[in-house]
Write a protein that binds this ligand. Structure first.
Ligand SMILES: CC(=O)N[C@H]1[C@@H](OP(=O)(O)OP(=O)(O)OC[C@H]2O[C@@H](n3ccc(=O)[nH]c3=O)[C@H](O)[C@@H]2O)O[C@H](CO)[C@@H](O)[C@@H]1O
Length: 391
């Protein structure tokens, strides 16, 4: 008797996480990489993303055509004073978590995933808990050195905890260490293949002076008031020496445009201000000789994978000073300059000036940065997802 080979059943994955780019893009990259891996062996991937309507994940999944559903969640606002954690807004939001868990349980039971992947952000909590209740293997991915709040809540329920750096391992609670695997933080593949000329065309940077270096200033999706203020104050100095692409966040465009309006025309021609850099991000990064940035884990993973000289202005209030830790870690090996504490125009000039003046210095910093990069992180995370499905 001849039995025709059965086409193998699709791999079913629920992804949960989001809020910021730092939690959203690693999940997106994991989906795409898993899809490619499965396709190579003739297998399909069915995905459902559980997120929040307000988070970046809603926009990203809609642009990518990824099925998306929301559940009730509670955003927990952190305070240094534990008593303030019990603010009315936090109490109200915590009360929403049980409803979210019920909704997520229904979603998980209906979708019957092989694995649930949680990449952090408060929406990951109900869906992660639902995975455990429905006995579906839960894989966590942590982008930062210390586990974020959501991942700390879920660590005890996880089959595997994929972390971005070896230095996370000793910081994990002892009971969950056997589940930990170092994968690195996945970087969107297209980020690694940008082209400078495409940035010039896409953003209309024809008046840039290509004999000068280009600085990319970025404060993350919302922009950074601190970076915008200090860079805004130093625009004449900076534009004498460089072209500048400045990603400032939607709330800061007006103030910076007003500053730019006061610049001499020759300098203004070398200044490009934008609230957000979308699909052209890889090309902007390719064009950049120096990056001035916050030190969120996603940005760091991208800049080290590419080997970009960077001056970091860490977000001071991030939980446990995680961004300062990230920046200092790279500075110690000559891979970046970290501007901690009060950042004045003078300090910015001292940090950026030598990099603009000296290509050899930039090259040395780029090489040191590249040594920290993990371009294979997505493939490693996919290994972890597949192995969790077949324990
Ligand atoms: C305020 C806050 O909670 N920050 C956290 C958040 O960072 P947050 O998401 O703000 O920043 P990340 O650096 O991790 O990621 C930002 C991502 O957005 C992209 N981008 C940014 C601007 C833009 O115009 N276009 C664009 O595509 C960047 O290239 C990057 O891929 O998650 C990170 C990873 O868990 C943490 O390390 C940060 O501490």
């Amino acid at each position: 008797m001849n039995i025709a080979p059965q086409p193998s059943r699709a791999f079913r994955l629920i992804v949960t996480g989001g809020g910021t780019g730092g939690h959203t893009y690693p999940a997106l990259t994991a989906i795409r990489t898993l899809q490619a891996r499965l396709a190579a062996s003739g297998r399909a991937l069915d995905v459902l993303w559980i997120g929040t309507a307000e988070g970046l994940e809603a926009r990203v999944t809609s642009a990518e055509g990824i099925p998306f559903t929301t559940v009730a969640t509670g955003k927990i606002r952190r305070h240094a004073n534990p008593l303030k954690m019990l603010s009315p807004a936090n109490v109200r939001d915590m009360a929403r978590v049980p409803l979210g868990v019920v909704q997520a349980r229904k979603a998980v039971a209906g979708f019957r995933p092989d694995v649930v992947l949680a990449t952090g952000g408060y929406v990951a909590v109900p869906a992660g808990l639902a995975a455990r209740m429905n006995r579906v293997p839960l894989v966590l991915h942590e982008q930062t050195v210390r586990l974020g709040l959501a991942n700390r809540k879920l660590a005890g329920s996880a089959a595997r905890i994929a972390v971005s750096s070896e230095s996370t391992l000793p910081l994990l609670p002892e009971g969950v260490r056997p589940a930990a695997v170092v994968t690195g933080n996945p970087v969107r593949p297209e980020v690694l293949t940008g082209h400078p000329d495409k940035a010039v065309t896409a953003l209309g940077l024809h008046a840039f002076d290509r004999r000068l270096p280009t600085v990319y200033v970025t404060g993350g999706a919302q922009g950074s008031q601190q970076i915008n203020d200090v860079v805004g104050g130093e625009l004449p100095w900076l534009l004498e020496r460089a072209n500048v692409v400045h990603q400032c966040g939607p709330a800061h465009v007006a103030a910076l445009s007003a500053r730019a309006a006061g610049l001499p025309a020759a300098l203004a021609a070398r200044y490009h201000l934008t609230p957000f850099v979308g699909p052209e991000l890889p090309d902007v990064l390719a064009l950049a000789d120096v990056v001035v940035s916050r030190s969120g884990a996603g940005t760091l993973a991208e800049l080290t994978a590419l080997g970009k000289p960077a001056v970091f202005v860490p977000l001071a209030s991030a939980a446990g000073n995680e961004q300062a830790h990230n920046a200092r870690h790279l500075e110690e090996s000559g891979a970046a300059v970290a501007l901690l504490g009060d950042v004045t125009g003078g300090r910015l000039r001292e940090a950026v000036g030598p990099l603009l003046d000296d290509p050899a210095r930039r090259e040395a910093m780029a090489a040191a940065a590249r040594a920290h990069g993990r371009p294979d992180a997505a493939e490693r995370l996919v290994d972890v997802i597949l192995s969790a499905a077949t324990p």
